[in-house]
Design a protein around this ligand. Structure first.
Ligand code: C5P
Length: 293
């Protein structure tokens, strides 16, 4: 999934958008974190990270959503770089450039995907050979979604995000992603999710039939949709816009929102619907993409 292009010591890594195809909240721990049961997959759109050797760590952010983020030491990319550097006891640095194509605080794991891509890129740049155990501990310390982003393929995510199990091979299916431009606070949405919690579900039956796959997904949901809509009612409009679109098989919110996705049988259908929604709501971020299993 990640694209590494070594070029004179330069490493380029994709940070694909993460989608929760379903997301159930199954409990709440004493420390306030919530237990999840989710099938995660990735989209063919994402941020991009470029790292190259340098004496010090530095971070520059460019791209459509660059203005939304500070390139300071609080940035998840910076924190990931520091964590890798400490683990490897590296004294040198890296010049990091993040191209921010994904909306921020959007439920598609932009920050987590960037952190995971930073870890992967620096492990390669600094020729490290960490165990997967070391890497998953480091990833979890950066955020609950980082381990699954580091895994980078379709996966079931359980616990607060520390249990990542390979997911099923996915049928060929295409996406329209829509974000209404309202950032949503993940902690606030989780806090608004009150008991009773969902039961843990068994894994889906693996199938290459899109209709069967979508039927199985339709029997599950995103438990954070209602609390997120409480904070940002426009999410309801986004889901409606996808649901009423011709050929849309399923429309759902990802993560804690506000990005929603629609599933389609063909790329042509997804492209057409993306064009239509963009024309009707020019302020929204709308992308068609492939679903990567
Ligand atoms: O781990 P991360 O920094 O991404 O989480 C942000 C916030 O989202 C947490 O502080 C917590 O309030 C909430 N959260 C949660 N349960 C999860 C993941 C996140 O309650 N599994």
């Amino acid at each position: 999934m990640s694209l590494d292009v070594p070029l004179d010591g330069v490493v380029i890594m994709e940070a694909p958008a993460k989608l929760n195809l379903y997301l159930h909240v199954t409990g709440r721990r004493d420390d306030g974190y919530h237990e999840l049961d989710s099938l995660v997959a990735f989209a063919s759109v994402g941020d991009r990270l470029r790292v190259e050797p340098a004496p010090e760590l530095s971070l520059k952010i460019e791209g459509f959503f660059a203005e939304e983020l500070d390139a300071d030491t609080g940035n998840l990319v910076w924190r990931a770089a520091e964590a890798v550097r400490e683990t490897a006891e590296i004294t040198g640095g890296a010049r990091i450039t993040l191209t921010k194509n994904l909306p921020v605080a959007a439920g598609i794991g932009g920050g987590s995907a960037d952190a995971a891509a930073t870890v992967r890129a620096l492990v390669q740049l600094w020729d490290m050979h960490p165990t997967s155990h070391d890497l998953s501990g480091l990833a979890l310390s950066l955020g609950a979604d980082v381990p699954v982003c580091l895994f980078g393929r379709s996966a079931y995510m359980r616990g607060i995000g520390e249990w990542v199990e390979p997911g099923p091979a996915l049928p060929l299916v295409f996406l329209v992603l829509v974000n209404p431009g309202i950032p949503v606070s993940t902690p606030a949405v989780f806090m608004a999710r009150q008991p009773p919690y969902s039961q843990k579900s068994p894994n889906l039956n693996e199938t290459d039939d899109v209709t069967d796959f979508v039927d199985q997904l339709a029997r599950r949901g995103n438990d954070l949709e209602a609390p997120a809509m409480g904070a940002a009612p426009v999410i309801g409009e986004v889901i409606d816009a996808l649901e009423v679109a011709e050929d849309c098989l399923l429309a759902r919110m990802s993560g804690s929102g506000a990005t929603c996705f629609g599933l389609f049988k063909s790329r042509e259908q997804a492209d057409r619907v993306a064009r239509d929604i963009r024309a009707k709501s020019p302020a929204w971020w709308v992308e068609s993409a492939d679903l990567i299993g």
